[in-house]
Write a protein that binds this ligand. Structure first.
Ligand SMILES: [Zn+2]
Length: 110
């Protein structure tokens, strides 16, 4: 390979690397945009244990224990299943309201 040819190849590789960097950046932007489309926890009505933990700034373990012990009003599809919490019930719990007031905040009859 001649020096001229080597310089040519190097220039092409450099251009390709630049294109790849641009494409990667564009892809990262798309992924970021997709992720930010998901509603923040603060805007969601029904929360999983992990989301309830985020909203309440309590550990997931504290949230689970409170739910199991009836201190935090939540819903399970089946006994031992995943908990789902109404955001307003979480807030009532944080305010120290009892189970009755948490149920009222939840808006259910259960
Ligand atoms: Zn409820």
């Amino acid at each position: 390979m001649t020096t001229t040819r080597l310089v040519e190849v190097a220039a092409r590789l450099s251009a390709a690397a630049e294109e790849l960097a641009l494409a990667t950046a564009a892809l990262i932007n798309i992924v970021d945009a997709t992720q930010t489309e998901e509603k923040p926890v603060a805007d969601q009505l029904w929360l999983s244990s992990a989301q309830a933990s985020k909203r309440s700034h309590r550990t997931a373990s504290t949230v689970s224990h409170a739910a199991v012990n009836g201190l935090l009003h939540g819903h399970q599809a089946v006994p031992g299943g995943r908990w789902v919490f109404h955001a307003d019930a979480i807030d009532a719990w944080l305010r120290g309201h009892d189970a009755t007031r948490q149920r009222e905040a939840c808006g259910c009859d259960g």
